[in-house]
Write a protein that binds this ligand. Structure first.
Ligand SMILES: [Zn+2]
Length: 304
């Protein structure tokens, strides 16, 4: 007999599922390393670390409902003390995120557990799908309405997509950085009828019976959580999609951005003869001295 206690890795994945008897589909997302690495290079106050975890999960929730080949970007912009939070995810599961505090705001003034209206204020949530230069950008936009990011997203689905959706999101970076989310969605063909109404209510009530603590509990596997909630209703699990942290910044991209400015403007921005461009996602510094700038702009002149 094996006496080793069962341990599960918290993991970084999206688990798609279907509740056959209720005609509901859903997703469970868990982020571990992806979340830890997204906040590692930053010195965020705790309430921002929590927001970053939540927006990573929300980006994974929304992106996993779409078929695309490229980059899904989610941004929430407001007039509050936090001016912007954003996350993006490639179709093969590479994620990154960041947050910006408005200039002049002291993060210490914002209480932990502050609501979205208290942190981001009034503004909007927008997402785009970038599938390369010659393809259409799918774009969704909605006003910030709701106390949490999950509520904002639910309202978006209700208003724009007209798909009944329930989303729960939670994140905690005190100790190991864990973030998780659960989403259920009514399948489009099941919109009419009393039975469907009843099924939907049941799926949402069961979903809300799981606590944030349980969603973040590494000793409860995703399978265990989902079976516990929906085993009576014919739950079917699909293959998990792996998620990971990865920044897409590169010297090449920074150089291209710099070359879009006139050289004179770049020179004005130099400090001690150096231009330093810092990636807002991973905080990598790209430093250009005068010689490198000369090369860069010589190339640019040659290219035209
Ligand atoms: Zn970067």
């Amino acid at each position: 007999m094996n006496n080793t206690p069962a341990t599960y890795e918290f993991g970084d994945f999206v688990q798609t599922f279907q509740i056959e008897d209720l005609n509901i589909r859903g997703r469970l997302i868990r982020l571990d390393q992806t979340y830890a690495e997204a906040i590692k290079a930053h010195d965020y106050p705790p309430f921002i670390e929590k927001l970053v975890g939540e927006i990573l999960v929300l980006a994974a929730v929304l992106a996993s409902a779409l078929k695309y080949d490229g980059v899904f970007k989610l941004q929430v912009q407001g007039d509050g003390p936090v001016s912007l939070i954003m996350a993006d995810i490639t179709s093969d599961g590479a994620m990154r995120a960041c947050a910006k505090i408005r200039e002049g705001v002291d993060p210490a003034d914002i209480a932990e557990g502050a609501s979205i209206p208290q942190t981001l204020g009034a503004g909007h949530m927008a997402f785009t799908v970038d599938q390369g230069p010659d393809t259409d950008r799918y774009q969704g936009i909605t006003e910030i309405t709701g106390a949490t990011l999950a509520e904002c997203a639910q309202n978006y689905f209700r208003q724009s997509e007209q798909i009944e959706t329930a989303i729960a999101i939670t994140a905690d970076a005190n100790g190991p950085s864990h973030a998780a989310g659960l989403m259920v969605q009514r399948l489009p063909m099941a919109r009419d009828g009393e039975q469907e109404e009843e099924n939907w209510r049941r799926a949402v009530i069961l979903m809300s019976s799981i606590t944030n603590k349980e969603l973040l509990d590494p000793s409860l596997s995703a399978t265990k959580i989902l079976y516990r909630l929906y085993h009576e209703d014919g739950i079917r699990l699909y293959e998990q999609g792996a998620l990971r942290h990865e920044c897409r910044c590169s010297e090449d991209r920074v150089s291209r951005t710099l070359r879009a400015f006139p050289r004179s403007e770049i020179d004005e921005m130099a400090e001690d003869g150096l231009i330093t461009v810092t990636c807002e996602f991973c905080r990598t510094d790209y430093v250009y001295d005068e010689r490198r700038l000369d090369d860069l702009f010589a190339d640019a002149a040659g290219a035209t």
